[in-house]
Design a protein around this ligand. Structure first.
Ligand code: NAP
Length: 352
């Protein structure tokens, strides 16, 4: 576990990366995204931050609060419902008009529902899309901007998906998108394992960018807002008990920002001669983390809320032997092509 004072000291050094870092927080209008966005704004010099979600009044409040935290910072809201990839593509195009580079892509879009499969016009389940397809689509679309960030001072470029690293379960390789076998538990297992393997697949192709999939612990956020009233009442009753395990809002923001910036989780090949390309330098008694494929500094990391490496090795090593990474990559690229056709063209491919 990384001690909280180490986290704070590391975040305070983020300013060494210099002015004008650009960050995108998808799901920054509430909870873990909001807490981390604020910590980022507070610890950076004249950052430019994009905030994506549906709730405009929450975004207004956060933008005002950020002005108090950092007068030189600029935070802008881009409204989108990212349960549809068409909306993801539109947001990405908007950002690409304004920015050549993105140093940090931080994703927390998600909800807690008891609903069954709920298909969007693209043929994808909406919850599955929040947890997985939209996240991968943001990364895929924005690769040119992430690559530029890794090529220009301070050469820092990272993506982070907050979901459930370490909570992997069995997946059905013959129905990866759960078209015919959907359940809430399977949706969680599939999207967690698929986030894991896509971090690894992207890192194997993009050597200047690091890809993290993290778990936040138990955090008191707005996550239960879409549950039925009886379930919310039950959660309310359970809250005093759960609160024994809560990671506070402030600690969550600070810890996730640490994961989003520490040199403990560097890209596979950080730019030469650029000491900050790996991230914020770490204290002498720390070392570069083991990547998800077991190789130190591989560029893809599965990390627990407290900075420790996670990932259910028993499940993942079996899947790795079966070549599931390649299967997940090909499935995802296939879905993107299919959806682009539905949406008549979609956006230009970022990779071949
Ligand atoms: N909190 C926990 O204890 C916990 C534990 C394990 C895992 N997680 C995972 O961590 C992630 C973040 O959770 P959280 O606790 O921070 O939840 P939260 O407070 O509910 O935040 C979720 C964010 O996702 C956005 N979002 C939801 N649906 C959206 C849509 N259709 N289009 C665009 N944005 C959408 C929300 O924005 P709008 O409402 O503005 O759209 C909000 O900003 C989730 O994936 C969750 O499963 C959380």
């Amino acid at each position: 576990m990384v001690a909280l004072d180490v986290v704070h000291a590391s975040n305070a050094r983020l300013r060494e990366l210099g002015p004008d870092l650009v960050a995108l927080f998808v799901g920054g209008t509430s909870g873990i995204g909001e807490f981390t966005l604020k910590a980022f704004v507070q610890n950076t010099i004249s950052p430019r931050v994009y905030l994506v979600g549906r709730n405009a009044s929450a975004a207004d409040r956060i933008i005002k609060e950020c002005r108090e935290l950092n007068k030189e910072g600029k935070v802008e809201f881009l409204k989108a419902d990212v349960t549809e990839l068409k909306e993801v593509d539109l947001v990405c195009k908007e950002i690409q008009k304004r920015e050549k580079k993105i140093n940090l892509l931080f994703q927390t879009q998600g909800n807690l529902t008891l609903n069954g499969r709920n298909e969007n016009p693209e043929g994808l389940d909406r919850k599955f899309t929040l947890n997985y397809y939209s996240r991968m689509r943001f990364v895929y679309n924005l690769l040119p901007q992430l690559r530029t960030a890794s090529a220009e001072p301070p050469h820092f470029s990272r993506t982070l998906s907050v979901l459930g690293a370490g909570h992997e379960g069995a997946i059905n390789l013959t129905d990866l998108d759960l078209k015919t076998t959907f359940s809430g538990a399977r949706c969680a297992a599939h999207t967690i394992v698929m986030n894991d393997f896509m971090a690894e697949e992207f890192a194997a192709r993009e050597h200047g960018i690091s890809f993290l999939h993290t778990s936040p612990g138990v955090v008191n956020t707005g996550l239960t807002r879409e549950l039925p009233i009886w379930a919310r009442a039950l959660m309310k009753v359970a809250t005093p008990l759960l609160s024994l395990f809560f990671v506070s809002a402030d600690e969550t923001g600070q810890r996730q920002l640490f994961l989003a910036s520490s040199g403990i989780y560097p890209p596979a090949k950080p730019a030469q001669g650029a000491p900050l390309a790996a991230g914020v330098p770490f204290p002498k008694d720390f070392s570069v983390s083991k990547g998800s494929n077991g190789k130190v500094g591989s560029g893809a990391y599965l990390v627990n809320w407290n900075g420790d490496i996670s990932g259910n090795e028993k499940i993942l090593s079996d899947y790795r032997e079966k070549g599931v990474g390649k299967t997940v990559w090909e499935h995802t690229m296939g879905i993107f092509k299919q959806v682009e056709k539905i949406n008549q063209g979609g956006i230009d491919s970022a990779t071949s």
